[in-house]
Design a protein around this ligand. Structure first.
Ligand code: HEM
Length: 536
């Protein structure tokens, strides 16, 4: 294992005599020099100024000064665990090879090691885990053909469908750039003018917007991907994780507030403790499949991540299960430095033309080169479990050279007539979609922004609808009236009752506020009068 050399050394020595144990525990600096005084810096006299050659001090303090590199710009707060994915060898009742040639799925019982990072989205690493926010559900499969990352959320849809809007969306949802105070005014300002978000907002402000913890929630790839078979034929797929024995549990705002008052890390703690006591969370991986075309018969575009694919038409087909059975040994090394990206696929899995997915695919590795460093893929948590052989060299923090054993260290280029790396042979027929279209800036035709939001509203149970209205009213009452009105118009387009109930709730809340402020004004007048009368 990389990086645990010192630990192994200590363990090797631990069985020896007490003298050897002492030696094995000796404090050193990172140059291997034993440190005999870790309490006093070198000074001119016992009270004098420090000298600049305090190497041990400078090493220690400069490392400390750099202990917090940038956090993730979104999904900063997270928890992770290791485990495995086991294939069922089928998709539903059909052979999986009919749809994808990806090796990890082919053989029943085949196990692939995984690392999963769960997260909240908007706030920083120290924020509470009880906030109303989607939850990230990112899975790294260390397959024998290299890594596959399935970077999803708990909810099955997203706020927007065009990646150009993502930075604005995140700014609108983050704390105020002047006061740094969080709130949902910016969110509703943005969302009121982004009607495609109505469906996601409907989920987010219902009890589904606060999962009880990371174990008892679903996961979804959200975007549309492709599966490609040995003939190079593709289908469109969506991925979903369904909890097995632990079930699904959400919190109302009241329940979340209560937990938050006592514990701001309840979800991290829950995951860590469950795995520690051997209560391993498990999820089944399901896919929904559609033929690879634009499906004009549907009232939505299959590449639109703001839409659900109706389950009655596109059933969930099971392909395998995932078990998380090992906690990280070091949070920073494994959870914080983990880098997932939608571009990380293996043969037989492909992208679709979903624009949001294509925008994401650039963004992840770009931010990771900045956040973790140029050589982030050499870190054990991110490196595949198979040999890599590249001609990429140097860069900050290069840890080793990605060489093949037969490669000459002098030949870091390709092609070469001598001992350089050679291209792999084409294994299977490539999938080669054809394009004939104008290059343009145009939204998709079938936006249908409200219909599914209305359907989701009606599909909720009564108490969920009540909770949704209450949460929306409590958040919207703090917004300008123009934003409230636009949101009500959006909800009304989704479902007449939905819009009406939010409007009524807002009117009631405004009345109460007005009464409250009348009462406050009266109390101030009374006090003034009493004060005046009390004067001689
Ligand atoms: C993290 C960008 C949409 C799920 C991130 C990060 C960026 C990003 C820059 C930080 C990555 C890091 O520092 O390692 C984007 C962009 C999007 C988008 C540009 C849209 C255009 C989505 C969607 C989902 C999602 C639709 C859900 C399917 C996640 C998750 C993480 C993440 C789970 C955390 C990964 C981890 O645990 O390290 N995203 N994102 N994102 N994003 Fe997105």
């Amino acid at each position: 294992k990389h990086g645990s050399g010192a630990l192994e050394q200590e363990r090797t020595h631990a069985g020896g005599t007490s003298g050897e144990v002492e030696k094995a525990k000796t404090l050193t600096d990172r140059q291997g020099h034993p440190i005999s005084d870790n309490q006093n810096v070198r000074t001119v006299g016992s009270r004098g100024p420090m000298t600049l050659e305090n190497y041990h001090f400078l090493e220690k303090i400069t490392h400390f000064d750099r202990e917090r590199p940038p956090e993730r710009v979104v999904h900063a707060r997270g928890a992770g665990a290791h485990g495995y994915f086991e294939s069922y060898g089928k998709v539903g009742e059909e052979p999986v090879s009919q749809y994808t040639r990806a090796k990890l799925f082919q053989v029943k019982g085949n196990r692939t090691p995984v690392f999963v990072r769960f997260s909240t989205v908007i706030h920083g690493t120290g924020s509470p885990e009880t906030l109303r926010d989607p939850r990230g559900f990112a899975v790294k499969f260390y397959t024998e053909e290299g890594n596959w990352d399935l970077v999803g959320n708990n909810l099955k849809i997203f706020f927007i469908r065009d990646p150009l809007k993502f930075p604005d969306m995140v700014h609108a949802f983050k704390p105020d750039p002047v006061s740094n105070v969080p709130g949902s005014v910016g969110m509703f300002d943005f969302v009121s003018k982004s009607p495609e978000a109505t469906h996601m907002i409907t989920f987010l402000f219902s009890p589904w917007g606060i999962p009880a913890n990371y174990r008892q929630m679903q996961g979804s790839g959200v975007n549309t991907y492709k599966w490609v078979n040995a003939e190079g034929q593709a289908v469109l797929v969506k991925y979903h994780w369904e909890p097995i024995h632990q079930g699904i549990k959400n919190l109302t705002q009241g329940e979340a507030n209560e937990i938050q008052g006592m514990n701001d890390s309840h979800a991290t703690q829950d995951l860590y403790e469950a795995i520690k006591r051997g209560d391993y969370p498990e999820w089944e991986l399901c896919v929904q499949i559609m033929s690879d075309d634009d499906h004009p018969e549907l009232d939505f575009d299959p590449l639109d991540p703001t839409k659900l694919w109706p389950e009655e038409q596109f059933p969930f087909l099971k392909v395998g299960k995932m078990v998380l059975d090992r906690n990280p040994e070091n949070y920073y090394n494994e959870v914080e430095q983990a880098a997932f990206g939608t571009g990380v696929l293996v043969d037989g899995l492909d992208f679709s033309d979903d624009k949001l997915l294509q925008g994401r695919t650039f963004s992840y590795s770009d931010t990771q080169r900045y956040r973790v460093g140029t050589n982030y893929l050499q870190l054990p948590i991110n490196a595949p479990k198979k040999r890599v052989a590249t001609n990429q060299r140097a860069g900050q923090m290069q840890y080793f050279v990605d060489m093949a054993p037969e490669q000459s260290p002098h030949v870091d280029y390709e092609p070469s007539m001598t001992d350089g790396l050679v291209e792999a042979e084409q294994q299977a027929k490539p999938h080669e979609p054809e394009y004939h279209a104008k290059l343009q800036r145009e939204r998709i035709e079938r936006t249908n922004d409200f219909k599914q939001a209305g359907h989701t509203f009606r599909a909720f149970e009564d108490w969920e609808r009540e909770d949704l209205i209450r949460n929306l009213v409590n958040a919207l009452i703090l917004c300008d009236e123009s934003i409230q009105q636009q949101m009500v118009r959006n909800f009304t387009q989704a479902d007449e009752e939905y819009g009406r109930r939010v409007a009524e709730g807002l009117a009631k809340a405004r009345n109460k506020e007005a009464k409250g402020s009348d009462q406050r004004k009266k109390a101030v007048r009374d006090a003034e009068r009493m004060g005046h009368e009390a004067e001689p």
